[in-house]
Design a protein around this ligand. Structure first.
Ligand code: PBG
Length: 324
């Protein structure tokens, strides 16, 4: 054959492939989610997330130092609230001495340059395991937003760099932005979980924080996986209301949404490679059915290729080791 173009030329060696790679992963792409628990010197394994732990604050601080030294520049904090402090108002969520607020302070104190992001939603604090206040079996929007504003302000007061509302109530981004402005927190960012789907892939996370809904499901506030244009509407509204970074969640079953949003907005787009996506790879690898290292890099690479500028992932640390 006399071919004018042979595409295999650019694939012939590892060096050639590296030269023309269109997508590259780097440590600063990743946001590391961290689960924090009361106590000291404890790291509790999470059964459905092998290799991942819920740590006491002292061990969390040590972990953050390690992540920073590896080149990771953001952590996303979640706390496990004891049952005794859960109720249907969220009161503990804005306790200035609560576990979240103490954690923000300790981490910023130990590693000031790490970008500390905090989950904002009532589920870890809710006796019903829902992201909002429950009345007559319904998750009420506007009262929940008032609680989320108080929660966000208390995170900002503790020193959070960004609050990350993951609740999917209407109007919360605008209300949080106004609350931050009114209280002088003009340097606190908002990373909005703007297109968050009602997904089965959050199961292991709810085991980690003991936050599974006590009744019903989250379909009246999280999005229907069938919908695509709705994700764009949600995201554009959040940007108008003041979101600095938007997010698609989960990631791998929603790569089309990541691409749609990347093409339409002018703010950074993040994607959350969630607990169930982590668990699937870990489970298959433990059976010897998948090569774990290759599965991690191919998965995270696909999320970046789809258009995510940032990826929240439980594989952050492993991925950095694999690419360095
Ligand atoms: C809480 C929240 C959830 C996740 C992040 N924030 C669970 C949920 O909405 O039920 C899921 C993260 C994961 O599965 O890794 N609102």
């Amino acid at each position: 054959m006399f071919l004018q173009r042979r595409n295999r030329i650019l694939r012939q060696s590892s060096a050639m492939r590296q030269l023309v790679a269109e997508t590259r992963l780097s440590p600063a792409d990743f946001i590391a989610p961290l689960f924090i628990d009361e106590g000291e010197q404890t790291a509790t394994p999470i059964a459905s997330m092998p290799g991942y732990y819920r740590r006491s604050l002292d061990l969390t601080v040590a972990e953050v130092k390690e992540l920073y030294n590896m080149g990771i520049r953001a952590v996303l904090l979640f706390i496990k609230c004891s049952d005794a402090l859960k109720d249907n108002t969220g009161l503990e969520a804005w306790n200035p001495d609560g576990l979240m607020q103490r954690s923000i302070k300790a981490i910023k104190n130990a590693v000031p340059d790490m970008v500390v992001m905090t989950d904002v939603a009532l589920d870890p604090y809710s006796s019903y395991g829902h992201d909002g206040i429950v009345k007559d079996g319904e998750i009420v929007n506007d009262e929940t937003v008032e609680a989320l504003v108080k929660m966000s302000i208390s995170h900002a007061a503790a020193g959070a760099d960004m609050v990350a509302p993951s609740d999917m109530m209407d109007g919360r981004i605008g209300a949080i932005r106004t609350g931050l402005e009114e209280n002088g927190y003009t340097r606190t960012g908002i990373m909005s979980y703007s297109a968050k789907y009602a997904s089965c892939f959050y199961g292991p996370f709810r085991d980690a924080l003991d936050s599974a809904p006590g009744f019903g499901d989250k379909k009246t506030y999280q999005m229907d996986p069938a919908n695509r244009t709705e994700a764009i509407r949600e995201t554009l509204m959040d940007i108008e209301e003041g979101a600095d970074i938007v997010m698609v969640k989960p990631a791998m079953a929603y790569l089309d949404i990541i691409r749609d949003i990347r093409n339409q907005v002018d703010v950074p787009v993040s994607a959350y490679h969630v607990s169930g996506e982590y668990a699937m790879i870990k489970a298959a690898a433990s059976m010897g059915w998948l090569n774990e290292e290759k599965a991690i890099l191919e998965s995270l690479g696909s999320i970046k290729r789809a258009g995510a500028d940032l990826i929240a992932t439980y594989f952050a640390k492993e991925a950095v080791k694999l690419i360095s």
